[in-house]
Design a protein around this ligand. Structure first.
Ligand SMILES: *Cc1c(COP(=O)(O)O)cnc(C)c1O
Length: 463
């Protein structure tokens, strides 16, 4: 039976279903599985060439602890991915002799967030139908999580979705995806602050137990283990397509909250031969600095042309630290307490452990634009700015091992940056061609816990 423990060591140990429904642990930590199942080579090799849905079933099943029956789980997976606009779900294209791009932007909201959110939507809905409960999902977004969450939960009778996003700091397409759903259970809230503020207020709500229990708060940020788990799948899917387990591959991942790359770390621990996981950051480079110098210290968010990565407090890094510190919850709690005063120093031992798995690099604004321009000229592939950050950093890490860079969003989600780099304004796909004609609905709010809690209570009372 698979159990989930908190990275800060004192919250109750939970099963999969409870960990999925509760989000943040009650000691402020994040849930991780107590043991990671290791797949022998004989189980990894046959994944090559299977449909995405079948890979998903085999990779995720050991983590469920029987929470869903096999047939039921297969049904949820099929329902989650049937709305994708590519039969491969996660197709791979080749950029250079040893460099591949995994396109994760063919879901309904055009970013990789759909892979996890569509599945969580199905899983939570199934769990709520059984229990008869009603929940309030509150999430923070740098742009893509919010739209993916609304797409996954809109119209559900027993779920309200409240999304906090930094006012003026998401692209027009991202904002409109959050403000145009007409369903009454979708609530877009623009707060005066950056993503780190939004995420901090969501965590404050979880740490206020009276509020948390009163509104039956659930979370779909990547603090939710189920989201990370869904993202482990495409590492297996892509690596086996390139010859794993018989040959190793590396991945480069455009990183903000460390959720996507942490999923790669889990895949590696499950036995997938991943040589290096390369963290790619934009000018908000706290993770690159931390890995180089051992000092994890925020110096404020600077808005960039890859806004989904404008993050300085990377929640999921806590999960990696938990392992690097020998799964010592009190040591992690101590580091996170130091974070309140701006940062902490990573111990030499923990740093060496992290460096054995992760490499890192940063990409400036100019380099991002230049990479979009050059990649289009050399390969015909039009990159979004986040994927361009990945491609640039990957190119600095190319070697004998095949490199797979994750393309995290569709270029049409960030048309201004793409047009600046190439002169081409990418068109939205047909299913959202009228996005700019739909009326918007959103609320402005201060970066203030009490005000936000009042707003959430009012919204759910109205329904
Ligand atoms: C969310 C997001 C990222 C960063 O992913 P993390 O899991 O937060 O590291 C990168 N690119 C795009 C387009 C995103 O939406």
């Amino acid at each position: 039976m698979m159990h989930y423990v908190s990275t800060r060591g004192t919250a109750p140990v939970l099963g999969f279903g409870e960990a999925m429904m509760s989000g943040l642990a009650r000691d402020g930590g994040l849930y991780v599985p107590d043991t990671v199942p290791v797949f022998p080579r004989g189980e990894i090799a046959p994944l090559a060439g299977l449909p995405y849905e079948e890979v998903a079933f085999r990779v995720m099943r050991p983590y469920l602890g029987g929470f869903f029956g096999d047939d039921e789980f297969r049904g949820l997976i099929d329902a989650a991915y049937k709305g994708f606009h590519h039969t491969a779900r996660a197709p791979m294209v080749q950029l250079a002799s040893n460099h591949f791009l995994l396109e994760l932007f063919h879901g309904p909201t055009l970013a990789f967030k759909d892979f996890a959110m569509q599945l969580i939507g199905q899983m939570m809905q199934a769990a709520l139908t059984k229990s008869g409960e009603r929940i309030t999902i509150v999430g923070a977004t740098s742009g893509d999580t919010g739209s993916a969450a609304m797409e996954a939960f809109r119209g559900l009778a027993n779920v309200d979705v409240v999304i906090l996003f930094p006012h003026g700091r998401v692209s027009d397409v991202q904002r409109r995806q959050m403000t145009t759903p007409v369903e009454a259970n979708c609530h877009a809230v623009a707060i005066d602050g950056d993503f780190d503020d939004a995420q901090a207020r969501v965590k404050d709500m979880f740490n206020d137990f009276a509020f948390r229990d009163g509104v039956r708060l659930a979370g779909v940020n990547s603090i939710n283990w189920a989201r990370v788990l869904a993202q482990v799948v495409y590492y297996f899917y892509a690596a086996t397509a390139l010859g794993a387990p018989h040959r190793a591959v590396s991945f480069t991942v455009p990183t903000g909250n460390f959720g996507d790359i942490f999923a790669g770390y889990i895949a590696r621990r499950m036995g997938l031969p991943i040589e290096k996981l390369v963290i790619a950051t934009n000018q908000n480079d706290i993770l690159d600095r931390a890995l180089r110098a051992g000092d994890y210290r925020t110096n404020g968010v600077r808005p960039s042309i890859s806004p989904s990565m404008d993050i300085q407090v990377s929640s999921n890094f806590e999960r990696a630290l938990f392992d690097a510190y020998g799964r010592d919850g009190s040591a992690v709690a101590q580091l996170m307490a130091e974070m309140k005063s701006g940062g902490f120093h990573i111990s030499q031992g923990a740093l060496e452990t992290l460096r054995a798995t992760f490499a890192s690099g940063r990409c400036s604004e100019d380099e991002t634009l230049a990479t979009i321009t050059r990649t289009l000229a050399e390969t015909g592939e039009l990159l979004c700015p986040h994927s361009a950050v990945g491609v640039k950093v990957a190119e600095d890490h190319l070697g004998a091992t095949p490199m797979i860079t994750l393309a995290t969003a569709h270029p049409a989600k960030f048309p201004d940056a793409v047009e600046r780099a190439t002169g081409i304004r990418p068109a939205l796909p047909p299913h959202m061609a009228d996005l700019f004609d739909r009326p918007e609905r959103m609320t402005r709010a201060p970066n203030d816990l009490a005000a936000l809690q009042t707003l959430v209570r009012e919204r759910i009372a109205r329904r």
